[in-house]
Design a protein around this ligand. Structure first.
Ligand code: KIV
Length: 282
C-alpha cells in the first residue's frame, strides 16, 4: 500500500543526483499518474514522466504522439503523488529542436506548470546547445543518448547503438557533449553493454542505463513494462517483476461472472434503509 506522503518538501535535487556518481546505483522508474507516483515515491531516487506515456497510457505507436500538454498534465499528477523523488519531465519531440529560444520556452513552461525538478531531452552533440541554454536559464537537464525513441521513424526502427566503430565514436562524443553542456545526468538507452560501461567511466555525471550496462550509475525502466501491464511488445531489456496484467484480467473475469450471476453486489455493497449507522457516505 502507498505510505503517507511526507508533509515537508524533502525532495532529492538534481545536484544530489549528480553527486551520486560512482556511488550506490540510482533507482529510477517512469511514472505517469498520481497513484503510481505515490506507490513508487518511497522506493526510488528519481521519477521520470517519460514521453513513453504516449505509447503506454495513450496507445500511440511511438513517443511522437506525446504533446507538451500531455507531459504537463502527467507531470502535475506525478508531482501531486510524490514528495521525495526527484521528478524529471520529458520534453516531447517538436518542442526543443528548432532553436535555443524554443527549447528554453518549452522547458520553462514545463517547469513552471508542473513544479518538476528537471527536464529531459534526447540528443548529444546536435542538442548540446539546447541543453546549455536550458541550464543557463536555471532549469536542470537530464540528457538522453544511444537509442533515441523520438528518432525511431527517421532510423526505421529501434536500433541498438554501439555495434560499429562509427557508432561508438559518435556515442562517446554525444556523452562528452551532454556532460560539457551542463546536464546533471544522462540516460543511455539500447547500447552495447561494454560501450555503456566505458562511457560511464569516461564522464563525471551519472549515467542511467536502460538496455545498457549494470556498470551504469543507475537504472531506469518503464513502470508498466516492469510490472507486467504492457499489452504490446516488451523490449528484451525489461525484467518483469510482477504480472499486474494477469491480476487485472483475473479480477475482471471474476467480476463479470459475479455480475452475471447476481452475486455482486452482495449485502455488504448496498445501502439498507434499516442500517444508518454509517451515515450517508459511500
Ligand atoms: O520516455 C521514457 O520512458 C524514457 C525512458 C525509456 C528513459 O525516456
Amino acid at each position: 500500500m502507498a505510505t503517507e506522503l511526507p508533509t515537508t518538501d524533502s525532495r532529492i535535487s538534481p545536484s544530489l543526483i549528480r553527486q551520486r556518481k560512482g556511488g550506490t546505483p540510482l533507482v529510477c522508474l517512469t511514472a505517469y499518474t498520481y497513484p503510481v507516483a505515490r506507490l513508487l515515491d518511497p522506493h526510488v531516487d528519481l521519477l521520470l514522466v517519460g514521453d513513453s506515456v504516449a505509447m503506454v497510457l495513450h496507445g500511440h505507436q511511438t513517443t511522437l504522439g506525446a504533446s507538451i500538454e500531455m507531459m504537463i498534465a502527467h507531470g502535475q499528477a506525478v508531482m501531486r503523488g510524490s514528495a521525495r523523488a526527484c521528478v524529471v519531465v520529458d520534453m516531447p519531440a517538436g518542442t526543443y529542436e528548432d532553436s535555443a529560444a524554443q527549447a528554453v520556452g518549452s522547458a520553462r513552461r514545463i517547469a513552471d506548470e508542473t513544479g518538476c525538478q528537471a527536464v529531459k531531452l534526447e540528443g548529444g552533440v546536435d542538442m548540446a546547445g539546447r541543453i546549455a541554454a536550458i541550464v543557463a536559464a536555471g532549469i536542470p537537464v537530464m540528457g538522453h543518448i544511444g537509442l533515441l525513441p523520438q528518432s525511431v521513424e527517421k532510423e526505421g526502427g529501434y536500433k541498438i547503438k554501439g555495434r560499429t566503430n562509427e557508432n561508438v565514436a559518435a556515442l562517446v562524443a554525444d556523452a562528452l557533449a551532454v556532460e560539457k553542456a551542463g546536464a546533471f545526468s544522462v540516460v543511455i538507452e539500447g547500447t552495447i553493454e561494454a560501450i555503456a560501461a566505458d562511457i560511464t567511466h569516461r564522464i563525471a555525471i551519472p549515467t542511467i542505463g536502460i538496455g545498457a550496462s549494470a556498470d551504469c550509475d543507475g537504472q531506469i525502466l518503464v513502470i508498466d513494462d516492469m510490472v507486467g501491464l504492457t499489452v504490446d511488445r516488451v523490449p528484451k531489456f525489461v525484467k518483469e517483476y510482477a504480472d499486474l496484467g494477469g491480476v487485472i484480467a483475473h479480477a475482471a473475469e471474476r467480476y463479470a461472472s459475479e455480475v452475471r450471476s447476481r452475486t455482486f453486489p452482495g449485502p455488504a455493497h448496498v445501502f439498507s434503509s434499516k442500517n444508518t449507522s454509517g451515515g450517508d457516505d459511500a
